[in-house]
Design a protein around this ligand. Structure first.
Ligand code: PLP
Length: 411
């Protein structure tokens, strides 16, 4: 645990750890407000990946030579560090290419063999497509149906509605920890407890939680927790799925190939134990080694300090935007992570984002892979400014100046 407080951390020095943030875009200093899309990487992560390829590159688990051992140790070491960071056992943590793969793994390996016609998969209105589409594919093949738990206009889960929707037909609940559009932090611990009491298996999408706050999966008490590494300062193509041991043990392989077997005969094969049963083929070794370095970096800062820093930046952004006539924030939950979707009167989200880019400001515009939520708000798209601890108050001010300029241009 880091002994410093968020006030004593030199956030300017921290920002200096991220080489890319020093660059210019269209001749202007870059203001990167798209960390919910993907996070920037500190030099320690970049160096770790570089060092892996320069000095240790070999395949994992297949070679007895020194390099093979070093690569395996580095890869498994990353799993151990990640597991410690999330308070779970490394043996219950499957390393995946990210959340999308992790949720599909649960869909095909846990749900597909179990769900029957009449069963219900309960999802919330605020899910990312990665926590909707795999369930639709499974529902089509099993005869199960999808039920939706709604949100309020503020972007808060309607908890009474959610509880009422947890009927005896519901076998699985897919729930995001933090919304990538609204920033809403859902009370996943209470919801998972309620679901467990009713025998409903919970799949929590932690993609937008792990970059912003301490996450204790054991305390949440879910059945599965999926996350992605590239939003938490790690390389792309990394992430994981934690699952309760009894589920993992009972799940058949999802993909077949090398690494995931014990013995292969033409008459039939036997399979490795989890987590390796679900890691067929050569994994993203360097990426996950880099993710281990990202975890070290985040742990050295302290996730609680990161959360406090981002809360401070978010309140500055929210106050600045609220003071601006004609700007509407979508998602005003009391418990929010540093994600701010917004609409501007008379301006299309894509036009705004394109013109902001010319001012050096990177924000995302679009449906954010959340069509059902866009439908709820009756808009095709929003702009989204998402913050990380490496952003500054000055950048938020620069964003507001650019937004005013762009609005004048758009008339
Ligand atoms: N779930 C949420 C809430 C997300 O924000 C994202 C990425 O934007 C995903 C899932 C998908 O993550 P990935 O593309 O890394 O698998």
């Amino acid at each position: 645990m880091n002994a410093a407080s968020p006030q004593t951390i030199d956030w300017t020095r921290v920002r200096g750890d991220f080489p890319l943030l020093a660059r210019q875009v269209h001749g202007k200093p870059l203001v990167y407000l798209d960390s919910a899309n993907t996070g920037q990487k500190p030099a320690s992560v970049i160096q770790c990946v570089d060092d892996f390829y320069r000095c240790h590159n070999a395949n994992v688990s297949r070679a007895v030579h020194a390099l093979g051992n070093e690569a395996t140790e580095a890869y498994e070491g990353a799993r151990t560090r990640l597991a410690r960071h999330l308070n779970v056992r490394a043996d219950d943590l499957v390393l995946t290419s990210g959340t999308t793969f992790a949720i599909n793994l649960v869909a095909y390996s846990w749900a597909l063999p179990r769900l029957r016609p009449g069963d219900v998969i309960l999802l919330t209105r605020m899910e990312h497509h990665a926590n909707i589409v795999p369930w639709q594919l499974v529902a089509e093949r099993t005869g199960a149906s999808i039920r939706v738990a709604e949100v309020t206009a503020e972007g808060v889960l309607d908890l009474d509605g959610l509880r009422a929707a947890m009927t005896s037909q519901v076998k699985l609940l897919g729930l995001t920890h933090v919304s990538n559009v609204l920033g809403t932090v859902n009370p996943v611990r209470d919801i998972c407890r309620e679901a467990r009491r009713r025998g409903i298996v919970t799949v929590v999408d932690g993609s937008q939680a792990v970059p912003h706050m301490p996450v204790d999966i054991a305390a949440i008490g879910c059945d599965f927790y999926a996350f992605t590494g590239h939003k938490m300062c790690g390389p792309t193509g990394t992430g994981g799925l934690w699952g309760r041991r009894e589920h993992l043990d009972a799940m058949p392989p999802f993909l077949g190939g090398g690494e995931m077997i014990r013995q292969v005969r033409f008459e039939g094969s036997t399979f490795n134990d989890p987590p390796h049963r679900f890691e067929a083929g050569t994994p993203n070794i360097a990426g996950h080694v880099g993710l281990g370095a990202a975890v070290d970096y985040l742990d050295a800062l302290g996730m609680d300090h990161i959360a406090a820093r981002e809360a401070d930046l978010l309140s500055h952004l929210t106050e600045s935007m609220r003071a601006e006539a004609g700007v509407r924030i979508i998602g005003t939950a009391p418990d929010k992570a540093a994600v701010t979707s917004f609409l501007v009167d008379g301006a299309h989200a894509h036009d705004l984002a394109t013109l902001l880019d010319l001012e050096g400001v990177a924000v995302r515009s679009g449906h954010h892979c959340a069509h059902p939520l866009m439908d709820f708000y009756g808009v095709p798209a929003t702009c989204r400014a998402s913050i990380a601890f490496y952003n500054t108050h000055g950048e938020i001010d620069a964003f507001m100046v650019a937004l005013r300029k762009v609005r004048r241009l758009l008339g």
